[in-house]
Design a protein around this ligand. Structure first.
Ligand code: S3P
Length: 169
């Protein structure tokens, strides 16, 4: 089975995907890292040199390559579900899991990491919660299409274990 972790930047997708990958011996794919590997440069550089539309095309193309494979847990980028019908494709081909956080929690986690996130790079620290809240509201309709929703304050390994029991053959 294919498992997809989705959620806003800073929601812990990479953290939980790698914990669950280790705990349940499931190969891990980090879509952002795979894009960087394919492009030979960082996501910040892709955005700066070729723009967001180019990044979204690469993201959608690489995701579709992985959809042809099976048996993994894939950590998406924050915007992955919201472009090029990616959410629909992931729901058709696997199990989607939304890691849900509040704008304040996300702002706390993202405060030291804005440089790595082109979409937040220019945002003043004091405006971060507001900007995140606005962006999250826009994306919520995509994220909410996930099969499972978890509040990031209470996630444990058992959450994923139950999903595995239900979906793996
Ligand atoms: C993005 C999130 C990032 C990365 C890119 C765009 C977004 O991934 O894909 O900077 O649109 O929310 P993370 O959620 O892993 O930070």
């Amino acid at each position: 089975m294919r498992y997809f972790l989705i959620g806003f930047m800073g929601s812990g997708k990479t953290y939980w995907a790698s914990r669950w990958s280790e705990a349940f011996e499931l190969p891990l794919i980090e879509l952002d890292a795979a894009i960087e590997g394919r492009a030979g440069c960082s996501i910040a550089e892709i955005f700066a040199q070729k723009g967001e539309a180019h990044f979204r095309k690469m993201e959608a193309a690489l995701l579709r390559e992985y959809l042809k494979k099976d048996n993994y847990i894939l950590s998406c980028g924050g915007g992955t579900p919201c472009f090029h019908r990616n959410m629909k494709c992931m729901n058709l081909k696997g199990v989607t899991i939304y890691l849900k956080s509040t704008p304040d929690e996300l702002a706390l986690r993202l405060a030291g990491e804005q440089n790595k996130r082109p979409l937040l790079k220019e945002v003043a620290k004091e405006k971060l919660p507001q900007v995140i809240a606005t962006q999250l509201k826009r994306r919520e309709s995509c994220y909410s299409k996930a099969i499972y929703h978890f509040d990031t304050r209470y996630i444990t390994n058992e959450n994923f274990e139950r999903i595995l029991r239900r979906h793996s053959l």
